[in-house]
Design a binder for this molecule. Structure first.
Ligand code: CDP
Length: 199
């Protein structure tokens, strides 16, 4: 069982809870987890030519302490519109998704572009206000500004030509607006269990 390839793709808009669900699913099933947003955040944070940054990304870039800020999120969503940046990051993500032992990836285009063959596809969402409140509780600052920043990022991510944010046609939509973390995680785990091969 542990040698099998099995991919869980978790996509959705900013601060929808993808990371929390992805980590919990990975832990429950012993799968590896990749937060693909961190790749784009690291490219944006490097500055200079984003295509060069994407082609030469190193573990040190991913370990920067400032990748979770709102500014890093905005920079990420700008470099994420550049097709050559996305291409430079694709092979790594695909290999990660299809490694033996199972993998959970969260992002925007995992079920649509990176791994359309994923065994489980979840599109995790919540109302704008709920997502802004969750992000504000994490990062602090001005709640109205957090909401405006999320909306700006979501519309850039949805409107771009390259791998726009949208649910795969075969994704299960999980609206977590009125769910606790435990409920959302339980729903995600149930979707994985339904599709895990027997034995
Ligand atoms: O954590 P949060 O949902 O706020 O954002 P993130 O997942 O860290 O992603 C930051 C930005 O990277 C997004 O707004 C997207 O523009 C970009 N991104 C992407 O284009 N494709 C992915 N697979 C993951 C992130």
């Amino acid at each position: 069982m542990s040698a099998r390839v099995f991919t869980v793709a978790i996509d959705g808009p900013a601060a929808a809870g993808k990371g929390t669900i992805a980590r919990a699913v990975a832990e429950r099933f012993g799968f590896r987890h990749l937060d693909t947003g961190l790749l784009y955040r690291a490219v944006g944070a490097r500055g200079g030519d984003p295509v060069v940054a994407a082609r030469t990304l190193s573990p040190a870039d991913l370990a920067r302490a400032d990748l979770r800020t709102a500014a890093a999120g905005q920079a990420a969503s700008r470099v994420a519109t550049i097709p050559a940046v996305r291409e430079a990051l694709t092979d790594f993500q695909r290999r990660f998704a299809r490694q033996e032992g199972g993998a959970v990836l969260d992002g925007r285009d995992i079920g649509t572009v990176i791994c359309p063959e994923a065994e489980v596809k979840l599109f995790v969402t919540a109302s704008d206000e709920v997502r802004a409140r969750r992000r504000w509780l994490e990062l602090g600052g001005d709640e109205a500004e957090v909401l405006a920043s999320l909306r700006e990022r979501d519309s850039r991510d949805s409107a771009r030509a390259a791998a726009p944010l949208k649910p795969a046609t075969d994704a299960v939509i999980l609206d977590t607006s009125a769910m606790s973390v435990d409920e959302a995680v339980a729903r995600a785990i149930a979707e994985v269990e339904r599709r895990l091969p027997a034995g």
